[in-house]
Design a protein around this ligand. Structure first.
Ligand SMILES: Nc1nc2c(c(=O)[nH]1)N[C@H]1C(S)=C(S)[C@@H](COP(=O)(O)OP(=O)(O)OC[C@H]3O[C@@H](n4cnc5c(=O)[nH]c(N)nc54)[C@H](O)[C@@H]3O)O[C@H]1N2
Ligand SMILES: Nc1nc2c(c(=O)[nH]1)N[C@H]1C(S)=C(S)[C@@H](COP(=O)(O)OP(=O)(O)OC[C@H]3O[C@@H](n4cnc5c(=O)[nH]c(N)nc54)[C@H](O)[C@@H]3O)O[C@H]1N2
Ligand code: SF4
Ligand SMILES: [Mo]
Length: 680
């Protein structure tokens, strides 16, 4: 059979590669060699033919007039944005000669990769690149910008990233979206919740902002930012006191329930109401609703994780379904992330064995600003791909100052001249996922999916795997690791005896079926990867790691004497900063706004629709005020990681802290404080 690329016309199955839990099955329509339409694949068991607006307009991005077609070399001053076209040969030779010299003069750790999941394809995001930087012996990047706090907190209870099968959640009778803006960020979980609702389920949303998800709830519960751990503990207090626990379940499947019962006595409902802002009667009502529900499901989002105390908050919430036995009910339990079910052979794919010096320096991506400004053993070259740190990383003014350093040799591989790429010395054009071969594993549903190239590479664009093969060859790294084809990389990754859930999934199988589901015959509760094999309400491991063995409430850290908690989340029509530079998506989103409570606004004489200054000691933004009752007093919320547009001052990450969270060295985007004032 000829490949999809060879067929000029037709409709081809594919998968969305964006960093989104839904990982939709797609149908790509092609005419005369070009993609004309992207729609949902109705055969996909979970996403069932519906996709988001962002990807429905993907052709605008794929064929955007500003898409990069050739390698570029800086000719102006750093950051001025003046570039000249060069050939791939020149680009690769310039990069590798600079790197050889740096390694000779300063050692390989003077070079740093910086990447995340702009493309979730596994060989694209953690394949040849990891092999290359391991073999090079460069500094290593700790990729913890997303959900590492919660992952750690949840793992103490459950052992790993494992939760309910989302397809089962249609059977739940109570669905709690907790710190997740699911209408925008996990739309198919909303679709499943709507089905459950038709069967009588109630939808509760716990959030600091009554956004599109809050508006669809049967009951919206506003909470003060960073107090979710307290809410979970206060709920457990009531649940134990009212004896709406599931004793039999706790006996059989948990350890530490007696200690937990004693421990939560200290979190009184009165104190919980005071700290969280959730009224006393609502606390009792929620505890009752949750404790007595026939099957309750909690979808835990990133909102509560992006705080100083995000790890412990997630730890506390993850105890709720165990105390009440919801795990044993159809559709009940929780999902933080399900990536554990689809774990692939990372060692085979990433080849950590190629890194011979195991003490290589590690830099946390959340603190890239400080790392770039460090003067002792500075990072002298950075290679950025699958990410746009100038927009997405916290304390962005520091990040930009670092990126702009004259003595930093910056290379950026991307589809567009992003804000990060504008500061580069060499820019390399990247293919889109529709031009690549890859495999993808969702962190929410249970399907592994195949991506086969549908169109030819755009202009002279190259895939990540090809770029790192070229770099390895030119650096003189002659190792069989760099001759492996994309298909071989996929085969090696899927060959993973340690994960019985995917033992039947192969490259050939994926070619035949396009998507394959994890084998879930193993009962989750009988195979928990905790030390005890049970749900750990009390955790010895936490003691070893220096934490309290039981969930506790620790308030977020002080962050200056500013009036507002500042919550800069993502928005509906962008994906992090992806699409923020595309006309169509910008128009859909209109402009960045800051949501304020009307009491605060009137005190500060701010009118709805007026431009205001949002600031702290880290930076400043000018945003349009949206005044109303969607946030509590003392809270300021923005949506979207907007690109720089004609001199507008709208870089929300200029204001965010780069402290690390209590667990998992995660990001604390939402634990910052700001003042808001009228523009003068
Ligand atoms: N459309 C769209 N979809 C996306 C993305 C995108 O940018 N746009 N990004 C993707 C990525 S990488 C990720 S990680 C996910 C993230 O998606 P989500 O898990 O939804 O995370 P956020 O949108 O960061 O925050 C979720 C909600 O938490 C709220 N929140 C903030 N602080 C608190 C708090 O202290 N307590 C509570 N209870 N709520 C709080 C915010 O108001 C927001 O409504 O979405 C993915 N999908
Ligand atoms: N204020 C605030 N900041 C945040 C967040 C927040 O909620 N609030 N969310 C955080 C979270 S959860 C995350 S995950 C991060 C995400 O941050 P990033 O991972 O940086 O996400 P994007 O901004 O989407 O940038 C991805 C880039 O990869 C490029 N790309 C796509 N495909 C490919 C490819 O195949 N090859 C190459 N070389 N490049 C490609 C895209 O064009 C895009 O420029 O942002 C974090 N930043
Ligand atoms: S971004 Fe998410 S919802 Fe949209 S098509 Fe991709 S996977 Fe589906
Ligand atoms: Mo993320």
């Amino acid at each position: 059979m000829s490949s999809y690329i060879d067929q000029k016309n037709g409709v081809f199955p594919s998968v969305c590669s964006l960093d989104c839990p839904d990982q939709c099955g797609l149908l790509v329509h092609k005419e005369d060699g070009k993609i004309t339409k992207i729609e949902g694949d109705p055969n996909h068991p979970v996403t069932q033919g519906s996709i988001c607006n962002k990807v429905r307009h993907m052709t605008n991005r794929l064929y955007d007039e500003n898409r990069l077609q050739y390698p570029l070399k800086r000719i102006g001053k750093k950051g001025e944005g003046k570039f000249a076209r060069i050939s791939w040969d020149e680009a690769i030779s310039e990069i590798t000669s600079r790197w050889k010299k740096l390694i000779e003069d300063h050692g390989s750790e003077s070079i740093l990769p910086y990447s995340f999941y702009g493309n979730m394809g596994l060989i694209t995001s953690e394949g040849m690149d990891r092999r290359f930087f391991n073999a090079l012996g460069s500094s290593q990047l700790d990729r913890k910008i997303c959900q590492s706090a919660g992952t750690k907190g949840y793992s103490y209870t459950m052992g790993g990233n494992i939760g309910v099968d989302p397809e089962d959640t249609v059977h739940a009778k109570l669905i709690i979206f907790w710190g997740i803006n699911a209408v925008s960020t996990n739309m198919h979980q909303v679709m499943l919740a709507q089905k459950a609702r038709k069967n009588g389920a109630k939808i509760v949303v716990i959030d600091v902002h009554k956004n599109q998800t809050g508006r669809l709830a049967d009951w919206f519960i506003p909470i003060k930012p960073g107090t979710d751990g307290m809410l979970a503990l206060g709920l457990m207090h009531i649940i134990f006191k009212e004896n709406i626990v599931d004793e039999a379940f706790m006996q059989e499947h948990t350890i530490g329930h007696e200690q937990l019962r004693e421990h939560v006595r200290q979190y009184s409902p009165e104190q919980t109401a005071e700290i969280t802002g959730v009224p006393l009667e609502d606390l009792y009502e929620l505890a009752e609703l949750y404790g007595t529900s026939d099957s309750a499901f909690i979808r835990i989002g990133n909102g509560l994780q992006h705080h100083d105390n995000g790890g412990m908050a997630t730890r506390a919430i993850s105890c709720l379904p165990a105390v009440t036995g919801h795990w044993a009910k159809k559709g009940g339990g929780a999902i933080k992330s399900n990536s554990g079910f689809l774990a692939h052979n990372e060692d085979q794919l990433q080849r950590p064995d190629l890194l011979t010096d195991k003490n290589t320096r590690v830099i946390n991506m959340n603190q890239i600003g400080d790392a770039l400004l460090q003067t002792v053993d500075p990072v002298r070259s950075m290679f950025v791909y699958n990410s746009n740190p100038a927009i997405v990383a916290p304390s962005a003014n520091k990040v930009r100052e670092g990126l702009q350093r004259d003595d930093l040799f910056l290379v950026v591989h991307d589809l567009f001249l992003t804000e990060t790429a504008k500061m580069a010395d060499i820019v390399l054009p990247a293919t889109s996922s529709y031009e690549n071969t890859d495999f993808l594993a969702s962190y929410w549903h249970h399907y592994v999916q195949l991506q086969q190239p549908v169109i030819e590479p755009f202009g002279e664009a190259k895939s990540n795997t090809d770029v790192f093969r070229l770099l390895a060859a030119e650096m003189g790294i002659t190792n069989e690791a760099f001759t492996a084809t994309d298909e071989e990389l996929i085969q090696m990754s899927l060959n993973y005896e340690e994960n019985p859930y995917i033992s039947h999934i192969t490259f050939e199988g994926l070619k035949e079926h396009q998507f394959m589901k994890a084998d879930l015959n193993l009962a989750l509760l009988e195979n928990l990867p905790t030390a005890s094999g049970k749900i750990e309400l009390y955790s010895e491991k936490m003691i070893e790691d220096g934490y309290d063995p039981l969930p506790v409430y620790v308030p977020i850290k002080p962050d200056g004497d500013y009036e507002f908690m500042f919550i800069p989340g993502p928005n509906h029509n962008f994906l992090n900063s992806t699409f923020s530079n595309n006309d169509k998506h910008q128009k859909l989103e209109k402009e960045p706004k800051v949501h304020l409570n009307s009491a605060d606004a009137s005190r500060l004489h701010i009118e709805d629709g007026e431009m205001v200054k949002v600031w702290n000691d880290r930076g400043m933004c000018e945003l349009k005020a949206a005044v109303g009752e969607t946030v509590l007093p003392g809270v300021a919320v923005t949506q979207g990681l907007w690109s720089d547009q004609d001199g507008k001052i709208q870089l929300v990450n200029a204001l965010t802290p780069d402290r690390l969270s209590d667990m998992g060295d995660g990001a604390t985007f939402f634990s910052g404080r700001v003042n808001v004032s009228k523009m003068v």
